[in-house]
Design a protein around this ligand. Structure first.
Ligand SMILES: Cc1cc2nc3c(=O)[nH]c(=O)nc-3n(C[C@H](O)[C@H](O)[C@H](O)COP(=O)(O)O)c2cc1C
Length: 135
């Protein structure tokens, strides 16, 4: 099974989640500016929201991932919203990429909100989630 991890981060929170997944998946977490080098069965897309929207670089990656993504798995952190699932679902569907119904989301620190998040517990939880997805 081919697995890949891509992330977009502004302040490091989402990278922590992506790196935790990398530990259990055994593949490196790379930025969304790095296109896929082969077709993948599972792509963990770690992302967030900035002023209510997913970053343009994440949108660009989904439009032109470089290779086929058989299944996309959404992983997000945010300060206020529930998750980025709905936005990613729209983008994935426009790009013809199947999105797994399972997702991971946790709080991410922003200004005075949620200091220290994602924390150790979130990182353990995202690893558990990734293991479940990978079967
Ligand atoms: C410029 C900026 C705008 C943000 N806007 C929102 C927002 O509209 N809604 C929200 O829930 N969180 C918002 N956040 C919080 C981020 O989603 C949260 O800090 C997230 O964990 C950031 O991930 P990152 O460190 O990987 O960039 C914003 C953060 C930044 C830096």
């Amino acid at each position: 099974m081919k697995i890949a991890i891509r992330y977009y981060t502004k302040s490091g929170n989402t990278k922590k989640l992506a790196d935790a997944i990398a530990e259990v998946a055994g593949v490196p977490a790379k930025g969304v500016d790095q296109p896929l080098t082969e077709d993948v069965d599972i792509l963990f897309l770690c992302n967030s929201v900035y002023w209510a929207g997913v970053d343009g670089k994440v949108k660009k990656f989904l439009k032109t991932p470089g290779h086929k993504i058989r299944k996309l798995v959404n992983v997000s952190s945010a300060a206020m919203i529930e998750s980025t699932y709905k936005q990613i679902k729209t983008l994935a569907s426009e790009a013809g990429i199947p999105l797994d119904a399972r997702e991971f989301h946790c709080r991410g620190s922003f200004a005075a909100l949620h200091k220290g998040k994602p924390d150790q517990n979130d990182l353990e939880n995202v690893k558990k989630f990734a293991k479940e997805v990978l079967g």
